[in-house]
Design a protein around this ligand. Structure first.
Ligand code: LLP
Length: 384
């Protein structure tokens, strides 16, 4: 059950809000930094998971770089003090303006996702008299065994350069006077829980691709294996800090590096997911024909994941101690049938005004929210 650091104060706040457990966040960052140093891995935080300024500041201060997927994410990182050289920029559709901005500030590397983009990068750099570091994101054709909406490394997915174009990419890079080839990038998907098997497969596929580029005479200095480490949505308290050690060990054990090669990763969810809960109050409990509905003052407008992916989030009634258990669907106020946060959940008998915690909402929560139905968005509250 979620415990607030200062419960009396929190009880007076208007809902809904995102409650940031900053102690847990700092411990999670400590854990990823310790594991990364043990296995000699460079971390770029995937800022798309959560762009909150206070988090970015802690991450930057610990020497973690940033993985971006838009010009505005690059800009936001820089505004918050991140060194441009510590930024990598992926994405299948980078606009000319985004590319130009990132080139001018001198980001660490563009993670280029197509031959078409490679051509655009060279053309913009040539026109502006700039140089850019480029890594190639190759589609490794590895199944992440996760939800199909968050699988990215299969032949059918839009991400990365298809393997059959690798030869062409080598040729283009050799003829791109304004681009400096840095290395290779892979990302197979998100919320990966079968850590050892899936990441071993990723390493195997990556190894063959790295060998190919080196045989073609391109030096692969950085190998970025992306993000994807899953979190335990069912047990946020007993499994609050994800298994960074197991992930990094799996990568190290299965991907032998040549001298001068660096291993990089880009975790998002695993760094921020468990540190935030969405706090809401029950507007009313509605008796339906077949079901009983707890209607909250938050819904898919704040947390889209259940509606979009059928994602599971643990839901707790913080005022329900000692009451009998009942079965409910937990829904939001939005005018959409998909606005259900959980179906058939057992909760203590729930009443109007009860405080509800929706757990593990730190990753892809606030960043995916919308202003639908003109609802006032949830705001951030920090435990400290
Ligand atoms: N690197 C790249 C290139 C990515 O596309 C992503 C996530 C990451 C790193 C970070 O992956 P993570 O460590 O967070 O798994 N909205 C979905 C997740 C989308 C993930 C997008 N890419 C969700 O709510 O589950």
């Amino acid at each position: 059950m979620l415990k607030f650091k200062n419960p009396e104060r929190v009880a007076t706040l208007e809902t809904p809000f995102w409650y940031y457990d900053m102690d847990l966040f700092r411990s999670t960052v400590d854990a990823v930094v310790a594991a990364a140093s043990k296995y000699d891995i460079k971390v770029h935080y995937s800022i798309k998971a959560n762009t909150e300024k206070r988090l970015v500041e802690v991450i930057k201060d610990r020497g973690i770089g940033i993985d971006c997927v838009s010009g505005n994410e690059v800009r936001w990182s820089i505004v918050n003090g991140v060194e441009p050289s510590g930024i990598v920029f992926a994405g299948v559709g980078k606009s000319d303006a985004e590319i130009l901005y990132a080139m001018k500030v001198g980001i660490g590397s563009f993670n280029c996702e197509s031959l078409e983009e490679l051509e655009i990068l060279e053309a913009i750099a040539a026109k502006e008299g700039l140089r850019a570091n480029v890594s190639l994101r190759i589609n490794p054709e590895v199944d992440a065994k996760t939800h199909k909406f968050i699988t990215t490394g299969l032949e059918m997915d839009k991400f990365g350069i298809p393997k059959r174009f690798m030869g062409k990419a080598v040729e283009m890079l050799k003829n791109s006077p304004h681009l400096d080839f840095k290395g290779l990038h892979f990302h197979i998907g998100s919320q990966i829980t079968d850590v050892e098997n899936v990441f071993t497969n990723e390493c195997r596929s990556a190894k063959g691709i790295i060998d190919y580029f080196e045989e073609q005479g391109l030096k692969v200095s950085t190998i970025d294996l992306g993000g994807g480490l899953g979190i335990d949505y069912h047990n946020p308290d007993s499994h609050a800090i994800p298994e960074f050690d197991l992930w990094f060990k799996t990568l190290r054990d299965n991907l032998p590096l040549r001298p001068g090669q660096e291993l990089h990763v880009e975790p998002g969810r695993s760094i921020v997911g468990q540190c935030v809960s969405l706090i809401s109050r029950v507007i009313l409990v509605k008796e339906g024909e077949k079901k009983n509905f707890v209607i909250l003052d938050t819904g898919m407008n704040d947390l889209l994941r259940p509606a979009l992916y059928g994602a599971y989030h643990k839901i707790e009634n913080l005022d329900g101690a000692g009451r009998e258990l009942r079965l409910y669907d937990i829904a939001g106020p939005i005018c959409e049938s998909a606005d259900v946060l959980a179906e058939d959940r057992v909760l203590p008998e729930t009443r109007r005004g009860d405080l509800i915690a929706i757990r593990s909402a730190g990753a892809y929560g606030s960043v995916m929210s919308s202003g639908y139905n003109m609802r006032t968005p949830a705001y951030a509250v920090f435990s400290d």
